[in-house]
Design a protein around this ligand. Structure first.
Ligand SMILES: [Zn+2]
Length: 337
C-alpha cells in the first residue's frame, strides 16, 4: 500500500482537540470536562512523545446525515434530556458537531499517512441513526467511516464534485455550509474496505446499528457483557463482530479477546481502520468491571500501528482519574516508542 511507506516511518501524532469542548457539564456526571483538560495538560507537559495540536474544522449537515436521520439535527436543539445519562445542554449541537468534525479531520489526516488521535467530547459510539444516548449525541466514528466509504466511488463522481482541488464531499444546499477544514487535504482518496475497531468497555451499539450490512465496512467490538447498553452478546448481520468479555474476567482473558478481534480484523484486509478508543476497560474505571492496565492500552496502540494500515482513533469513554495516563500510554504505542 502506497501510504504505508510514509505511515510506517512516521513517529509523530497529531492531536485534534479544542478546549472549548470542556464548555458543557452537569454536576456529578462522569463524562466531564476534566477528561479533556487533564489529558491536554498531561500531553502538553511532556517531552517523550512528538505531538502537535490542531483544532477541528467544521462539518456539513450532509456529512452528518450519512449516519443519522434528519430529525436528529432538530432534536439537538430541543431542550429536553435525551435520557437519564444524556442531558440536554445549551449549544450541545455545536459541541456534538465539533466532535464529529474532528472525526472527519482525523480521517483525512489518516488518509495522508499520518498518526492522529481525536481528543474531543462528547463521545459518539452509542448514538444510533435516530437516537442520542449513553453520553453520545452524534456518532462520530460512523460519520467518518461513511465519509471514507462514500469517497470510494467506482463510478465518476458528480461533475460538481470533480471541480476544484479540495472538493466539497457533499451538496451545498445548506446555506450554512461551512468551508472545509484546513486539515482536509486528503479528501477524495477513497477506501474500499474500512474496519472499525471499538475497544471501549461498552458495546458500540450505535455504530453497529448504523453500519449493519453496509458493504465494504466491518465492525469489531470488544466489550464487557452484560453491561450498558445490553447489546453485543453475539455477531450481527454479515459484518458486525462482537467479542463479549464477562465482568471482572481476568486481564489475560480480556487481552486475549482483544488479540482475537484484531486478528479477525486483519483477516478482513482493511485499507483503513477507524478506532473507537474507549479507556473504560481499565481496572480502576468507575463505570465497568474491566481489568486492563495502562500497558494494555500501550499494547493496543502498538498492535494497531503494527497492522501497517492507515488508522485514526477517536476518544470514546474512559472515566477514571488515570485517563490522561491511559491515553498517554496508547499514544506511545501509536508512535511506536
Ligand atoms: Zn464506554
Amino acid at each position: 500500500m502506497s501510504l504505508c511507506g510514509r505511515f510506517c516511518f512516521n513517529f509523530h501524532v497529531r492531536i485534534i482537540t479544542d478546549e472549548r469542548c470542556a464548555g458543557y457539564s452537569r454536576a456529578g456526571h462522569p463524562e466531564r470536562p476534566a477528561r479533556i483538560t487533564d489529558t491536554l495538560a498531561r500531553l502538553k507537559n511532556q517531552a517523550e512523545l512528538s505531538l502537535t495540536f490542531d483544532e477541528p474544522g467544521r462539518i456539513t449537515d450532509a456529512q452528518i446525515l450519512r449516519a443519522h436521520a434528519p430529525e436528529m439535527l432538530a432534536r439537538l436543539h430541543t431542550p429536553h434530556d435525551f435520557d437519564a445519562d444524556t442531558p440536554f445542554y445549551e449549544d450541545i449541537s455545536t459541541f456534538a458537531r465539533a466532535s464529529a468534525a474532528a472525526a472527519i479531520d482525523a480521517l483525512n489526516i489518516a488518509r495522508n499517512g499520518e498518526n492522529v488521535f481525536s481528543l474531543m467530547r462528547p463521545p459518539g459510539h452509542h448514538a444510533t441513526r435516530d437516537q442520542s444516548m449513553g453520553f453520545c449525541y452524534l456518532n462520530n466514528i460512523a460519520i467518518a467511516v461513511l465519509a471514507a466509504a462514500a469517497d470510494f466511488s467506482p463510478s465518476p463522481p458528480p461533475t460538481e464534485e470533480r471541480a476544484g482541488e479540495r472538493r466539497q464531499i457533499v451538496s451545498s444546499s445548506n446555506p450554512l455550509t461551512p468551508t472545509l477544514s484546513p486539515l482536509g487535504r486528503g479528501e477524495g482518496v477513497g477506501f474500499k474496505r474500512v474496519a472499525v475497531f471499538d475497544f471501549d468497555v461498552h458495546h458500540g451499539n450505535g455504530t453497529e446499528a448504523i453500519l449493519l450490512n453496509q458493504p465494504g465496512l466491518e465492525f469489531f467490538s470488544v466489550h464487557q457483557h452484560p453491561a450498558y447498553p445490553g447489546t453485543g452478546a453475539a455477531n450481527r448481520g454479515r459484518n458486525c463482530f462482537n467479542y463479549p468479555v464477562a465482568p471482572s474476567a481476568p486481564r489475560e482473558t480480556y487481552r486475549a479477546t482483544l488479540a482475537r478481534a484484531l486478528a479477525d480484523l486483519k483477516n478482513f484486509s482493511p485499507d483503513l481502520v477507524a478506532v473507537s478508543a474507549g479507556f473504560d476497560a481499565y481496572v480502576r474505571d468507575p463505570l465497568a468491571d474491566g481489568t486492563l492496565l495502562a500497558e494494555d492500552f500501550y499494547w493496543l496502540g502498538q498492535s494497531l500501528r503494527a497492522l501497517n494500515v492507515p488508522f485514526f482513533s477517536l476518544l470514546e469513554g474512559g472515566y477514571s482519574r488515570d485517563l490522561p495516563e491511559l491515553i498517554f500510554a496508547y499514544l506511545k504505542g501509536v508512535e511506536g516508542k
